[in-house]
Design a protein around this ligand. Structure first.
Ligand SMILES: Nc1ncnc2c1ncn2[C@@H]1O[C@H](COP(=O)(O)OP(=O)(O)O)[C@@H](O)[C@H]1O
Ligand SMILES: [Mg+2]
Length: 573
């Protein structure tokens, strides 16, 4: 523990630097008009410093510098809390914080003005005027001075029943946002608004939907950073495909993580009557509260209901202490019970300070999205824009490759980042991490889709599905159906009358990982099928190393080109 480290409640340590961080964040949020977040952060700072004041050792000389810092923080926390509470309409919080500041220092005009504004906002201008009169008198008799011009202006505005002049109180520092991610400001703003609303007792559920690797987790991680820096409590867990049949596993993980940071006294309060059910579900709760296994077995439906109610009561209790962000990653992998619990929790949240976010893969999570549709806001994540790719490329010292990367990846975040990493490492081949990501997606789409897209990769970056059916020697309806599956898995997109690979990297990986004999056989067959398009036929014949045929096709293509002054080009392979 450093000079500014203290013990709180005998078990939890708080650093005054943390409190200063929350206070700074509260002031920045106030300046940005995000009163709910400002209130949450100021409340966190206020609680931390006040708890410290109670714990302070009055005689310890060594503590003097830290005590001065503490006094400054207490003043700042009270004023900022009052200001934020005034902005969100939480009159009683605003009033008690302003009054406490004034008791601590009767000459504090910032606190005086705040209290005047609180009374005025509460419809009691006479009380506001009395605050002024009292402070003005003390200033005159004890210091021989008048209130400042700002205080007098506010006094006049209240007397005349005019709008009070804009407050100049919040000392704002910083303000520039340092994003860990690029090109997502609109999406981040929506999430921050949802967090601000939650802090203001308007709970919500936001599903961040998009294909694998598009940037869902990164976006939610950024929100988690904002939430914790504004005094929020983070409950976070990831859902794993392999654990999807384990009852409420992600919820257990999330609660377990939070429980480990809570003093047992608070945990006991939060669990309340639900302690046995919560302990039966979450081993960390059982350990922290010293509870054994549940006494008697009950019917599974009863157990399930008790678990839902215990989790909901615990999270709502936590949200009564301060805003809570419950962040679930990869919800498409969660079991049915976990998704149902999210539904139950959000429906029961009423005016809790709770925001639930969940990332969902568009191509695999339709069932989850449908189940939560009635109570969730959907935030769709698309590819990165050209300027965002340019910024990433420039930051990686690869500005000259930005156009090429954009063309090859179409702004898919994972592909952009991995390609840049490979370029920086001097690799020319597709990086292994990227290959693994593509192959994982193809595997998840299923074996029949795998077969179809590999054959398609031989045909080219765009292809006619009827040619693909002929190449595979399969019935057209079956191949169309597989193409539609690949479309749903976002491996393909529609390009006019043809299908096209979602990006070149998907095609490149599929092509490179198809065994050479299979690839050559497809090329040979494609050359047979495309005799009416000599250029494509030539390309396939040369890929199959059938040089004679390739030469003939090139000659034919050349003759056709001469006969046609403006040949149209088409991607072949
Ligand atoms: N907006 C962004 N700016 C910079 N890098 C990003 C951005 N979005 C995602 N990434 C990077 O792309 C990769 C995949 O992102 P991730 O959030 O894991 O995708 P998802 O959760 O959708 O599968 C990660 O390496 C991440 O750092
Ligand atoms: Mg993810």
């Amino acid at each position: 523990m450093g000079a500014t480290g203290y013990r709180l409640g005998g078990s939890v340590q708080v650093d005054l630097d943390d409190a200063a961080g929350w206070l700074g964040e509260a002031q920045r949020r106030l300046a940005a008009g995000e009163a709910g977040l400002a209130l949450a952060a100021a409340g966190r700072a206020h609680d931390a410093v006040l708890a410290q004041v109670l714990e302070d050792e009055p005689d310890a000389e060594w503590a003097e510098p830290a005590r001065a810092q503490l006094r400054e923080l207490v003043d700042g926390a009270r004023r900022t809390l009052a200001e934020a509470a005034l902005a969100t309409g939480e009159q009683h919080i605003a009033r008690s914080a302003a009054e406490a500041a004034l008791v601590a220092d009767p000459f504090d005009e910032v606190a005086g003005r705040l209290l005047m504004r609180v009374h005025r906002a509460g419809g009691e201008p006479a009380r506001a005027l009395a605050v002024y009169a009292h402070q003005a008198e003390r200033l005159a008799t004890e210091l021989g001075t008048d209130p400042s011009a700002e205080t007098q202006a506010l006094h006049l505005a209240i007397l005349r029943d005019e709008q009070p002049p804009a407050a100049a109180e919040p000392a704002v520092s910083g303000g520039a946002e340092s994003l860990g991610l690029v090109g997502r400001s609109a999406e981040l703003r929506r999430l921050r608004d949802a967090w601000n609303d939650a802090a203001d007792r308007h709970p919500g559920l936001v599903l961040v939907v998009g294909e694998a690797g598009i940037g869902k987790t990164s976006l939610c991680d950024e929100l988690a950073r904002i939430a914790t820096s504004t005094g929020g409590t983070l409950l976070a867990a990831r859902c794993y495909e392999a654990e999807h049949s384990l009852f409420l596993q992600p919820i257990i993980d999330a609660i377990g993580g939070a429980v480990r940071t809570l003093p047992p006294r608070i945990l006991r309060d939060l669990a309340g009557d639900h302690a046995p059910a919560l302990a039966g579900l979450v081993p960390d709760v059982a350990t922290a509260l010293g509870l054994g296994p549940p006494a008697a077995r009950v019917r599974p439906e009863t157990e399930r209901r008790r678990a839902f109610e215990a989790v909901t009561a615990f999270i709502r209790g936590l949200a009564d202490r301060g805003p809570v962000l419950f962040s679930l990653d990869d919800l498409h992998n969660a079991g049915l019970a976990s998704v149902e619990l999210v539904h139950f929790l959000v429906r029961q949240a009423r005016s809790s300070r709770l925001l639930v976010t969940a990332t969902v893969r568009a191509e695999e999570g339709a069932h989850v999205i449908d189940q939560l549709a009635g109570i969730a806001e959907r935030l769709e994540l698309g590819p990165l824009t050209a300027p965002a790719v340019e910024r990433l490329a420039a930051a990686a010292g690869q500005a000259e490759h930005a156009d090429g990367i954009l063309r090859q990846t179409r702004g898919h975040a994972l592909f952009v980042v991995e390609t840049l990493r490979a370029l920086a490492a001097g690799d020319t081949a597709v990086p292994a991490s990227l290959e693994a990501a593509v192959l994982d997606r193809v595997r998840r789409a299923g074996r029949p889709v795998d077969e179809v897209v590999r054959a398609a990769a031989v045909l080219g970056s765009s292809f006619d599905p009827t040619v693909l059916a002929a190449l595979l020697g399969q019935a057209q309806p079956a191949v169309m159906s597989r193409c539609e599956d690949a479309l749903a898995a976002r491996l393909l997109v529609v390009a006019g009358r043809d299908y096209e690979f979602a990006n070149d990297l998907v095609r490149e990986v599929l092509y490179a990982t198809t065994p050479v004999p299979t690839r050559v056989a497809y090329h040979r067959h494609a050359a047979d099928l495309l005799t009416h398009r000599p250029e494509a036929m030539a390309a396939h014949a040369s890929a199959a190393e059938d040089w004679l045929r390739a030469a003939r096709a090139w000659l034919l293509a050349g003759e056709q080109a001469l006969a046609r002054p403006h040949p149209t080009t088409r991607s072949t392979c």
